[in-house]
Design a binder for this molecule. Structure first.
Ligand SMILES: *Cc1c(COP(=O)(O)O)cnc(C)c1O
Length: 405
């Protein structure tokens, strides 16, 4: 008899963004004249840059007319892109990551969700709390979550590592040693980033306990401080314990284009000496037929001199928004975090409001939509996320509204 996968049946609805949409729709229905500013978006708003648009168009012509680029693409990615990644994102930073340790994909969401498949269903998973929900839900799908504790708002078999103002939003070693540790830095949602010495401690911990770190570097391009690592492989020994995931979405605006990559070093082995690089290659080759040629040429163009200049300009544009929000809110008396190495500002809700109380307050009084921190995990309660992905004009207007709130 047909039975659905019982792990999938355990999944909890991700109601956060639909709850927000419902509240906003109700508000606009009863206040048709009020203008709404959305600072809840986790998506880019600026157009693709000229170098990328040209690379995409040229690649369409090439694929349309040249035999050598017809048909399936290599499942693990074209050499031209794997080499560009290895040279620019790694060797230029002193990290010895070779092209055959780089796996090109359609983006970081798929990779951060799929990577758990190459680990035993018995491994103990740890996540930061608040958390990017993909890490938790895909481990629920993989049968590693246990039962949901409604009071604690946690899965019984997943270790939640609180990241709050008290610990500087950096996870502390948990009481029980995890086998698989998810770290996202710079972080979504808190907008904070781990310093190199803090990340080095986690790399040493993982090597000592034969654990692995899944390092999500989706916001690497937003780093502005010297002592924040752009890659976990800047830490000594990371190639024996870390998998790193990258995206072209938040730096080059590829959210709708789709391209990313994952690094699985050849030196990373499980406790019995099994190569995880080989397993990921096997998984990729079986379930994925290669990222599109056109997108991979656009990805290559991101590393050109012009491409890099344009990416820097995009990042500066959003980071100017981040600066306006951070400074404006500080001046208005708010306690704010993030926004220096990431396009997210994480603020403490005033007057001990819950995250949702502040959401309603901000919408009703100022017409601003943000994201309640509690939607990212129990330690997000009492916090609120604003994003820098709007345009200057709206962001400026939002900050002015905050100041009169
Ligand atoms: C946006 C985001 C991603 C997803 O990136 P895609 O490459 O567009 O799939 C991955 N991780 C985090 C933390 C993100 O915020």
């Amino acid at each position: 008899m047909l039975k659905a996968n019982e792990n999938y049946l355990k999944l909890r609805g991700s109601y956060l963004f639909s709850d927000i949409a419902k509240k906003v729709a109700a508000f606009t229905a009863s206040n048709p004249d009020r203008s709404i500013i959305r600072l809840g978006i986790g998506d880019v708003t600026e157009p693709l840059t000229p170098t990328i648009i040209k690379a995409l168009k040229d690649a369409v012509e090439e694929q349309g007319h040249h035999e050598s680029f017809r048909g399936y693409t290599p499942d693990l990615g074209y050499d031209f892109l794997r080499r560009a990644i290895s040279d620019n994102d790694y060797k230029a930073r002193g990290c010895n990551i070779e092209p055959d340790e780089i796996f090109v994909s359609d983006g970081a969401k798929s990779d951060s969700g799929n990577v758990q498949e190459i680990f035993s269903s018995d491994v103990r998973v740890a996540v930061c709390d608040p958390v990017y929900p993909v890490y938790v839900d895909t481990n629920v799908m993989g049968g590693r979550a246990g039962v949901f504790d409604e009071a604690k708002e946690q899965w019984s078999n997943i270790i939640y590592m609180p990241c709050t103002a008290e610990n500087g939003f950096t996870p502390e070693f948990p009481a029980e040693v995890p086998d698989l540790i998810y770290i996202c830095s710079p972080n979504n949602p808190t907008g904070t980033a781990m310093k190199k010495d803090e990340l080095q401690k986690w790399v040493d911990y993982a090597n000592e306990h034969k654990s692995a770190i899944i390092f999500d570097a989706a916001y690497e391009a937003y780093i502005s401080e010297e002592d924040v690592p752009h890659s976990i492989y800047e830490c000594d020994g990371a190639e024996t314990c870390a998998i790193e995931i990258h995206s072209f979405s938040k730096n080059a605006g590829f959210t709708g284009v789709r391209l990313g990559y994952t690094v699985v070093p050849k030196a990373l082995k499980d406790v019995d000496g099994v190569s995880l690089n080989t397993l990921w290659a096997r998984r990729h080759g079986t379930k994925f037929n290669g990222a599109p040629y056109i997108q991979q040429r656009a990805g290559e163009a991101v590393y050109s001199a012009e491409g890099q200049k344009e990416v820097k300009a995009l990042v500066s544009y959003y980071m100017e928004n981040a600066r306006m929000i951070r400074e404006g809110l500080k001046n208005a008396g708010y306690t704010v975090y993030g926004g220096v190495n990431a396009p997210y500002i994480w603020l403490k809700t005033p007057d001990n409001m819950t995250s949702w109380q502040f959401f309603d307050h901000l919408l009703e009084k100022a017409g601003i939509v943000g994201t309640p921190g509690s939607g990212f995990g129990p330690s997000g309660e009492g916090y609120f996320r604003l994003t820098a992905f709007g345009n200057h004009e709206n962001t400026k207007a939002a900050v002015e509204r905050f100041q009169t709130l």
